[in-house]
Write a protein that binds this ligand. Structure first.
Ligand code: C2E
Ligand code: MG
Ligand code: MG
Ligand code: MG
Length: 282
């Protein structure tokens, strides 16, 4: 049973109880306002090549500076955005802001910015055009953008998603599959999503040195990615031992608190200038 509530033309509730939770309902209205009033902010987390220590890019991560609740992380408001259709304007906002900020971050010239995209965004063919518009508007080459598909929801229409991703891939944008191993995406999807990159979920990476099964999964995923011609990134690298083990396994890139935390743009620029000439710990 799916109750449908129409409000402001965009809100579609999929579960009946959402309708009756006044706090959630209030937040939906506020989220629309937050975009207009600049309460949203991007934090940036570096991604490095594990062999050279070179910064290959940054991931843009959304935060909401809420006037009453303080700094909110995406788990507090993204599910709501996905359930109400607000995820489309939200992704547009993140994309535009990330591309607008990119040049000023002080990254190496080839480094890229990764933006998270919900599987829901891919349900619409015009999505590819909106991404290309955002690149054009901000004067950023397609080769500097990575779209990370965050599989919080299964692909409703895999064929359509695949067509949208093909357009993006053909335009030169890299497609990355986020959180692989924990979500809804199966191994079969790896060949239909026009991927360039696979991100191994941090649930496996975090304890890969103490949990033998997780260690084996990480090793196999690195090999699987390479056999498919994909760059492989480990997320959730929290210490140097894990970083070294991943490098020894041939994992291409790493990201995590042990390398650099997600921080506001100004702090990222500082981090970059401090880390510019320091190769990875060996
Ligand atoms: P994700 O894309 O897998 O991003 C990585 C998440 O792990 C981030 O959480 C990051 O802060 C956290 N993280 C990074 N390194 C470490 C580590 O070493 N240890 C641990 N424990 N955590 C680490 P965050 O920022 O709370 O984002 C959570 C999720 O929300 C993201 O997971 C992504 O799926 C989603 N998200 C974030 N920003 C956006 C956005 O702009 N659009 C969409 N659609 N989703 C977003
Ligand atoms: Mg991501
Ligand atoms: Mg991830
Ligand atoms: Mg994750």
């Amino acid at each position: 049973y799916a109750a449908k509530v129409r409000s402001a033309g965009v809100m579609r509730f999929e579960r009946a109880q959402d309708h009756y939770d006044p706090e959630r309902l209030a937040m939906v209205g506020e989220l629309g306002r937050a975009m207009a009033q600049d309460e949203l902010v991007l934090h940036f987390q570096p991604k490095v090549a594990l062999d050279s220590g070179e910064v290959t890019g940054v991931e843009a991560l959304l935060r909401w500076q809420h006037p009453r609740h303080g700094l909110l992380f995406p788990d507090r408001f993204l599910p709501l955005a996905e359930q109400t259709g607000l995820i489309d304007p939200l992704t547009d906002w993140v994309l535009d802001r990330a591309l607008r900020q990119l040049t000023a971050l002080g990254l190496p010239p080839q480094a890229r910015v990764s933006v998270n995209v919900s599987a829901r965004n891919l349900g619409q063919q015009p999505f590819a055009d909106r991404v290309l518009d955002a690149l054009g508007r901000n004067g950023i080459a397609a080769e500097r953008l990575v779209l990370e598909i965050t599989e919080t929801a299964a692909f409703a229409d895999l064929e359509r998603a695949s067509a949208v991703l093909r357009s993006l891939d053909e335009a030169g944008i890299a497609i990355s599959l986020d959180d692989f191993g924990q979500g809804h995406t199966s191994i079969g999807h790896l060949s239909t999503l026009h991927l360039s990159e696979l991100k191994i979920d941090r649930a496996f990476v975090g304890d890969m040195l103490t949990d033998l099964a997780h260690g084996a999964i990480v090793r196999s995923l690195v090999e699987l990615a390479h056999n498919l011609g994909l760059t492989v990134v480990a997320e959730g690298v929290e210490d140097d031992d894990t970083r070294e083990a991943l490098r020894d396994l041939g994992c291409d890139e790493g990201q995590g608190y042990g390398i650099g935390r997600p921080v506001p743009a100004a702090q990222l620029t500082e981090w970059l200038s401090r880390n510019r000439h320091e190769p990875a710990a060996r």
